[in-house]
Design a protein around this ligand. Structure first.
Ligand code: MTE
Length: 317
């Protein structure tokens, strides 16, 4: 999301491994877009294999799912933003193997009567898993459709019994530079932090995802547990969460610290409010050449529009 600063090396003269990989990725996605008519899919996407990931049990479909065509496993797991593993789209798939997602505890704290620590395996075992096929619209004007597996965030938050002081919910990613090599750089302020207003967190569309395509989450997608808020730009969907805290004041999220004029707290998908450096009116669905209109609240206005009737969406972008 940031424009990378120069390192002093005349990069125009050198084809670094990164540039090589970027070009390779561009060719790969371009070929995928013109159709798998030309090449067999396995020739294009040799890097990941869905079958390496364990299947999750007892998943029920959800009425909140979209009928849009889903992106492939390969698209979803090789084109990622996860700066803890590098700033290029292909970095997370290449580097995230250093993350150890098991065992994993997530603590729920702050203004609540029943704080506690949960093992993610127990959360998976003790809750009904749902498949939620959601559109993800990135602030960079590309989008994907992803069949997440998860549980409503509300189910988990209700058990903690938040008090009336809980106005917002803050989420924090693991801070462990030994496992997350990108945390050794100062490209962002670590640990990655995000927040939601209480009603947004409790909205039935908001989920904690533990899988995709019926299998446990690959590390590059935020293993073992990440947030998914489908009407907001992708950067709200914080990955590899270790702490959820009920707070009184609006949390200052990581991208807002990094570039306050560009990334606000709300981050609602809105074609009417441009990013200062580019339009948000259209998006390119990954795997497709043509652009499509971006919809207000990413097409989820019916479910979430009521939360913002009193909010100036230009001011609170
Ligand atoms: N969470 C953490 N901890 N670190 C990140 O860099 N990137 C965000 C979000 N969650 C990010 C993160 C951004 S910018 C996007 S678009 C989505 O993750 C991408 O999710 P995906 O890679 O599963 O598509």
């Amino acid at each position: 999301m940031l424009i990378k600063k120069g390192s002093g090396i005349k990069s125009s003269l050198i084809t670094s491994q990164k540039q090589y990989l970027k070009r390779r990725q561009f060719i790969k996605y371009s070929l995928a877009a013109v159709g798998s008519l030309v090449l067999d899919k396995s020739q294009l996407f040799a890097e990941t294999s869905e079958s390496e990931y364990a299947k999750l049990p007892n998943i029920i479909p959800s009425s909140y799912s979209t009928n849009d065509k889903t992106n492939s496993w390969e698209h979803i797991t090789t084109y990622n933003n996860f700066y803890e593993f590098g700033t290029s789209k292909e970095d997370p798939a290449e580097n995230a193997h250093s993350l150890n997602p098991k065992p994993w505890k997530i603590s729920i704290e702050g203004h609540c009567k029943n704080p506690g620590e949960y093992d993610v395996d127990d959360l998976v075992k003790n809750n009904q898993l749902e498949e939620r096929v959601y559109r993800l619209r990135c602030v960079e004007a590309w989008s994907m459709v992803i069949p997440w597996v998860g549980i409503p965030l509300k189910t988990v938050l209700d058990r903690a019994e938040p008090t009336s002081k809980a106005q917002f919910v803050e989420f924090v990613t693991l801070l462990e530079p030994k496992q997350m090599q990108g945390q050794n750089s100062s490209v962002l302020q670590w640990p990655y932090l995000e927040g939601l207003r209480m009603d947004e967190a409790m909205n039935p569309l908001t989920i904690l995802a533990v899988g995709l395509y019926g299998r446990v989450l690959p590390s590059q997608n935020g293993a073992p547990i990440r947030l998914v808020v489908p009407w907001k730009y992708g950067f709200k969907s914080i990955k590899s969460i270790v702490r959820i805290r009920f707070v009184e004041k609006m949390p200052v999220n990581t991208w807002n610290v990094s570039a306050p004029a560009e990334y606000g707290f709300y981050a609602n998908v809105n074609p009417g409010v441009d990013h200062p450096r580019w339009s948000q009116k259209k998006e390119r669905r990954l795997g497709s050449f043509s652009k499509k209109e971006t919809l207000l609240f990413n097409g989820y206005a019916e479910q979430v529009g009521h939360m913002y009737t009193d909010l100036d969406l230009k001011k609170w972008f």
